[in-house]
Design a protein around this ligand. Sequence first.
Ligand code: URA
Length: 269
Amino acid sequence: MSDLKNKERLDKILSNNGIGTRRDVKHLIRCGKVSVNGVAVFEPEFHADSFSDEICVEGKKLNVEPNAYFMMNKAGGAVCSTKSDRRRTVFEYLSPEDNRMYPGGRLSTVGRLDADTEGLLVITSDGSLIHRVTFPKYEVPKTYLVYLRDVVDDSKKISYEKKLASGIHIAAEGKDGEADCRPAVIEWKDKKLYYTKSGGTPSEVCCLTVTEGKFHEVKRIFKALENEVVYLKRIRINGLFLDETLPEGSYRRLTEDEIRLLDAEEKND
Ligand code: URA
């Protein structure tokens, strides 16, 4: 990994490590009370590497808590936000210990899934990894298992494949305008090997791989193909696959190897 990848704003590092709110730490920095490698820094937006740079606050070395990385098999119904009056948030599935270790909203999800979408969700305190995995320019592939409302015959399957490969046009939804998607890849599955929640056979099953994260992208793509997603589960982000042994709604820490498989390489413009 290059050095630049691990750098974060100084005010963010300080607030993430319990020195104070963003506002408090900005004040400390502007007053010259924070140094990086022995030199006072006055700009809150200065970028430092919290692991390799020595950061001191009022002469005392900052104790940096290592980043946390969790893989969750998100349950249908859970919402990817920090607060919700109506539903359980994905953060409420974490043990009190894991929540306690990361106060101040330090944990975030790597991208979002709709409330009714299940499957692979990564929760981490590593802001630069979130940026690399979710920022569109990195074109990180994400694969979804999709059950469709309607049967798709062989000739239609070919037409879906062509339309997806050339970048399908999707209609506006919510605040998101109409758009041309990046090319996506569809792989048809043997539906007899899959079950709906009620134990039946789905009408059609496929895996769709997209490389961007537009709002409701997968659902909008199948709407544009005059079909409808009736079940959606994310099974892959980059080289990281959902651990299918994780029961719905549970989670575990990622291994070092898995973090590497998830991470995206820095791309130059
Ligand atoms: N696309 C969707 O439509 N929903 C999700 O949750 C993820 C991708």
